[in-house]
Design a protein around this ligand. Structure first.
Ligand code: PEP
Ligand code: MG
Length: 908
């Protein structure tokens, strides 16, 4: 087939085809390499094979793709050869290549990288002569075989307890030689390693390591495309909502070397602190090393800047003298290179107007930039960087609001260690503060076991020597991660920050024995299952559980939240059932209570006894008697809510769940109840049986209860209005709204409205005073949505109960869908869990229709939503577009909803 489609894009000094705006086609890495070339930054030349080639590869396989791109790849290699003045496959002075993946969204550690490609038994000799460094040549070769053997040829550990088989060979040789570091191995040793590695490959795989550079190159290209579909890439995509269809690009680039001696180095750096957001250039590097060494966590990296180095030394308990002599910063060690790096970093941050995460290599005194991308960061860093860039005039208010992913605010809202509990805690080790937060859990040493423990309801801390992409699932379920090795840019640190998970890395005092399933610190052993706590903000590791305390809005976070108010149109209310919840919600900026589920109040203290007494009563008189006991308690509850909300609207919903939920279903508790209420056990059992329903969610609940037992509605109405009058008498404003649940017909609504109005009239007559209140309904049955115009002739407000509306529209039980929904999502039958993110096409259509119909009947109808979707960013954007007045969500999601609402308004 003749095709003119272009799959390969060059980048280099003399020619650059791509640019930063071509991420979809070239992947993030490829697009930014091209952009750096355009900015005049020194980048090793090469070419990018586009993501479209990956799609062709997935569709038609290796051979077809190879035919399609062969000529372009050959031209790409020729381009790199020309730029570098060397030839690929030349034995005397070989051009060596790196082959890396690069998807549209960065996927750290997900995809595989091959370095030093093009080396073989002849070229290694040429490289040794040309570089005048035999050790370097053989070290490059053994690294290449190791990476290629693992990634392309698939030589992996045989079991999870086994270390990397290549590393086992290295360790054995080091032990034989009596040396500790890889750098202590000489050229002869490395030659020996090459020999042993090749023998290992032959023995395990039954084939030879390929000597032909072109065979090596094609193998590597295919491996990158194949790695798009490997398990860990799929897990990462699942966790981060990256579509399978995007594919990855392949970047083939001339090698530069950080391991050519003491004037060479390699490192990674961030233009601002990825953990805290502080505007401080920071990073790590290793002298005489290749890139993988920095992230692999095998040697202790040094800090790029002097200030960073001093801070590191303080945390690592290294004295200034020791630091300066053994771990000097790049700023001290190579001041000219440092100045250049700082210049590149500033250029890049100013150009991309975002915090940059860069990789660099210094080859014999020349600085090369290998990568730049917008850096991953914690939620706290996201907020601080956005607000500081706003203050620095780099971005405007709208951009600052768009810079923070609403869901990531979660990390700032969750509890931190209670300072008192922390003061009493016993520190047992200290590592690097790799990802902030507080975590308490039981020690587990294997990622797959962490998953099982968590499935069984346990909180775990995953403890590893270092983590690898295979550990991703375990890391995502753990409360926190502790590693013995690795710096601030180790796999554990980078991934944990991306997940917003607490992580302490490189705690050197921790010795992990995976076989014994224990870790030793000093002379103490800690076993699997022991409790420890981590402070990811200080790097401290503590023994046992530590109590936590709530976070608060302040500083940049507070300023960001204040900014949301300037742009958002939606109000954000909270679902709160107690004054404590209401207080938290107010603290986070809630503009009212969108739902008080009164049934939650029924479970507290002795009140459940009165509720049960009411349920057991044989007639209305008996029920009224029990309700008389409940009235003052409910009134007190509502007074608390009204006081806390200082005149902001408070929606109180009438009793909703089926009554059987208030009775015990096991024999022991039924006996207890019989004793407490002094009624025969048989009576309780009979009542439980009578109340049994085959489908309780569609049974005797919602307004159906109030229609059968209007005395319950009467008591609740009385409690709301008496509380409102009482709190007003204290001098506070009160805005009460009474809400009828699960309405499907106008007559249902009217039946309840009649009871409420009648009771209100009675209360006001008794008190000789009245108070305004709104009377409205939930729209949570499909029929209710369909006839919203008729309902709106009666109801003064609507609140969508999107949980029930989803349940009934989809026909998915809220309580049982968990069994099959994961399969549905995996197979893209539904893109998201419809109980988390509103199903816009189905349920959303009902919402839009009900809004339109409702307002056609009553133009000033107040409309909100109080299902779980009220705190979900994508759903909030939908409700904004649908024209709602507010969303209501759990108190801890209020800031998330505020930001989502502002972003929705900006995107309008
Ligand atoms: C709903 O159905 O969305 C709702 C808020 O009510 P509940 O979750 O209490 O049924
Ligand atoms: Mg409901």
């Amino acid at each position: 087939m003749v095709t003119t489609q272009k799959y390969v894009y060059f980048f280099g000094n003399s020619r650059t085809d791509g640019g930063a705006d071509m991420k979809n086609l070239l992947g993030g890495k490829g697009a930014n390499l091209a952009e750096m070339c355009r900015l005049g930054i020194a980048v090793p030349p090469g070419f990018t094979i586009s993501t479209e080639a990956c799609t062709r590869f997935t569709e038609s396989g290796r051979d077809a793709l190879t035919e399609l791109i062969r000529a372009e790849v050959q031209q790409g290699v020729a381009f790199a050869e020309k730029e570098m003045g060397k030839q690929f496959g030349n034995a005397a002075d070989p051009l060596l290549l790196s082959v890396r993946s690069g998807a549209r969204a960065s996927m750290p550690g997900m995809m595989d990288t091959i370095l030093n490609l093009g080396l073989n038994d002849e070229a290694v000799l040429g490289l040794a002569t040309k570089s005048n460094n035999e050790r370097f040549a053989w070290d490059s070769y053994r690294r290449f075989i190791q990476m290629y053997g693992d990634v392309v040829m698939g030589l992996k550990p045989l079991s999870k307890e086994e270390h990397d088989p290549f590393e086992i060979i290295i360790d054995a040789l080091k032990e034989k030689k009596g040396v500790r570091l890889d750098t202590d191995l000489d050229a002869q040793d490395l030659k020996e390693l090459v020999h042993r590695f090749k023998a290992l490959i032959r023995a395990r795989l039954g084939c030879d390591f390929p000597n032909d550079p072109w065979e090596q190159l094609w193998g590597a290209i295919w491996a990158v495309f194949e790695s798009w579909n490997n398990d860990r890439a799929q897990v990462y995509r699942e966790l981060n909502d990256i579509p399978q269809s995007w594919g990855t690009a392949v970047n083939v680039q001339a090698m530069v070397f950080g391991n050519l001696g003491d004037h060479s180095a390699t490192g990674v750096a961030f233009s601002r602190d990825a953990g805290t957001g502080e505007d401080l250039f920071n990073g790590e590097f290793l002298v005489n090393a290749q890139g993988e060494d920095v992230v692999a966590g095998i040697r202790t990296p040094q800090q790029v800047s002097l200030i960073g180095s001093r801070r590191w030394a303080e945390l690592a308990l290294v004295s200034e003298a020791d630091r300066a002599s053994h771990f000097p910063s790049l700023e001290e060690l190579m001041p000219d290179i440092y100045a250049q790096l700082l210049h590149f970093e500033t250029t890049l941050e100013n150009h991309f107007k975002d915090m940059q995460d860069i990789e660099f290599t210094i080859q014999e005194g020349k600085l090369w930039m290998l990568q730049t991308r917008n850096g991953k960061r914690t939620g706290a860093a996201m907020v601080r960087i956005a607000m500081e860039m706003l203050k620095q005039g780099m971005i405007d208010e709208k951009a600052a609001l768009q810079r923070v992913a609403p869901d990531r605010l979660d990390e700032l809202l969750h509890p931190i260690f209670d300072p008192k509990a922390l003061a009493a805690a016993q520190p047992i080790a200290r590592g690097l503060p790799a990802s902030p937060g507080a975590a308490t859990g039981q020690i587990v040493f294997f990622a797959d076991e962490a998953e099982n423990w968590v499935k069984n309801g346990k909180a775990v801390i995953l403890v590893r020597q270092e983590t690898s992409p295979e550990d991703l699932r375990g890391m995502s379920v753990a409360k926190g991660i502790l590693t013995a090795r690795g710096g601030m840019t180790s796999h554990a640190a980078v991934v944990a920050r991306g997940m917003g998970k607490c992580c302490v890395s490189g705690a050197g005092a921790v010795h992990v024995d995976m076989k014994a399933r224990s870790m030793r610190i000093g002379s103490t052993d800690y076993a699997e299952g022991d409790w420890i706590s981590l402070n990811g903000s200080t790097g401290e590791v503590y023994l046992g559980k530590i109590a936590t305390k709530d976070a608060e809005l302040s500083g940049d976070f507070g300023a960001l939240m204040a900014l949301t108010d300037k742009y958002k149109r939606l109000d954000i209310r909270a679902n709160a059932d107690s004054p404590e919840d209401a207080k938290v919600a107010r603290g986070f900026g809630a503009a009212g209570i969108g739902l008080c589920r009164t049934e939650h109040m029924f479970f507290e203290g002795d009140r459940i006894l009165a509720v049960r007494e009411m349920i057991l009563a044989d007639n209305e008189a008996g029920r009224r008697q029990a309700l008389t006991k409940l009235l003052p308690i409910q009134r007190g509850d509502f007074e608390g809510l009204f006081r806390e909300m200082h005149g902001l609207p408070v929606i109180i919903r009438l009793l909703d769940p089926p009554l059987h939920e208030f009775l015990p279903h096991d024999d022991a508790n039924q006996r207890l109840m019989a004793n407490e209420l002094r009624v025969p056990l048989a009576k309780i059992k009979l009542r439980v049986e009578e109340l049994h329903e085959f489908n309780p969610m569609m049974g005797h609940r919602g307004c159906r209860l109030g229609i059968s037992y209007p005395e319950i509605t009467e008591m609740q109405t009385r409690a709301v209005l008496e509380a409102a009058l009482n709190v007003r008498a204290e001098g506070s404003h009160v805005k009460a709204e009474i809400m009828v649940p699960l309405v499907g017909t106008v007559r249902e609504y009217n039946a309840q409205a009649e009871v409420i109005r009648r009771t209100a009239a009675a209360v006001f007559a008794e008190r000789g005073e009245s108070i305004d209140y709104l009377l409205g309904t939930m729209i949570e049955t499909p029929r209710g949505a369909l006839i919203a115009d008729s309902i709106a002739t009666q109801a003064e407000f609507f609140s969508f109960g999107s949980n029930d509306l989803t349940q009934m529209t989809l026909g998915f039980s809220r309580d049982d869908a968990g069994k099959f929904l994961p399969d549905y999502i995996k197979r893209s039958i539904y893109e998201h869990d419809p109980f988390q993110t509103i199903d816009q096409k189905g349920v959303g259509l009902l919402v839009q229709m009900a809004v339109q119909k409702g307002r056609s009947a009553r133009p000033d109808l107040e409309i909100g939503v109080c299902g779980e979707h009220g705190g979900d960013p994508a759903s909030v954007a939908f409700f904004h577009r649908a024209g709602l007045d507010y969303v209501s969500c759990s108190p801890y999601r209020v800031p998330i909803a505020r930001l989502s609402a502002a972003q929705a308004a900006i995107n309008d």
